[in-house]
Design a protein around this ligand. Sequence first.
Ligand code: ATP
Ligand code: PRP
Ligand code: MG
Length: 292
Amino acid sequence: MTKREDSKVRIALPSKGRISKPAIDLLNNAGIFMQETGTRKLFSRTNHPNIDVMFTRAADIPEFVADGAADVGITGLDLILEKNRDVIILDDLKFGEAKLVLASPENSKIKSKKDLKNGLTVATEFPKLTKEYFDKLGIDVKIVEVSGSTEVTPLIGVADLIVDLTSTGTTLRMNRLKVIDTILESSVRLIANKESYKEKNKTIEEIRTALKGVVEAKNKKLIMLNIEEEKVEEVKKIVPGMTGPTVSKVLHNNMVAVHAVVDEDEVFRVVNELKRIGARDILIVPIERILD
Ligand SMILES: Nc1ncnc2c1ncn2[C@@H]1O[C@H](COP(=O)(O)OP(=O)(O)OP(=O)(O)O)[C@@H](O)[C@H]1O
Ligand SMILES: O=P(O)(O)OC[C@H]1O[C@H](OP(=O)(O)OP(=O)(O)O)[C@H](O)[C@@H]1O
Ligand SMILES: [Mg+2]
């Protein structure tokens, strides 16, 4: 495919599957909105005249970005490494977290890595990563490439082992499979075409910054409270904040208002500790973006 000549930045997004909606939501939260929507749309303009979007299968995105059909793309690290295309990985977008694992049937003789031996058959959608894994171990296996439902292959006698993605572990359990080893920890990445990254650097960096701001804010809350001025040092110990909490004077009394960013899973502890030292009017507010 030849490289597009225009100066627009085209973003390749997964058209279906589990990372499609979160990828679109991420762009929207970063202030980039598709103008044309609909399940069968392949291209869309956005609210930014210099950015457009292309929808394609997640597995094809590394290829389309490498050959310049798109300038940047959003897809899983598993697919980026499996397809082995020459792209720049810009950022971890911290969704679509899954492990690529080697698994065997619960009743199999292969119970751990040390039971692996030459001649086994392994079914997978990831032949390259599977081959690299076994090559590293110096074990010669037969790899059967499948395009889905990998977990049933041991049950129907097609394979001794599988290499597949798992997140909750439900599919493995349902098919009576157990994990022998983790080959890769994957999540969704922002990738760029090498030439585009040079030629269209300003717009690509703007997109990257906008997305990063949303990713940074994801598991964070803004905490706001009022407290007596002399308690500020105690507050600082409880709420470390990003670059220290912001403290501002409240008129008419000896109170100060404190603002700080807190990890979502710290909120429970922080609120209880703040209340204990006399904090009042506590507000916990969602954050849309953090730009440093
Ligand atoms: N169980 C999972 N949990 C989290 N992320 C996953 C999981 N399975 C896959 N992913 C991530 O999502 C990417 C796309 O997988 P998904 O199965 O949604 O798309 P697809 O295979 O293109 O679509 P479909 O399965 O509908 O044909 C994977 O490459 C991986 O990065
Ligand atoms: O650990 P779990 O949460 O059970 O997830 C694991 C399943 O998720 C993926 O399949 P997906 O749902 O994308 O369906 P697919 O096989 O049609 O791609 C993967 O291929 C596993 O089958
Ligand atoms: Mg799938």
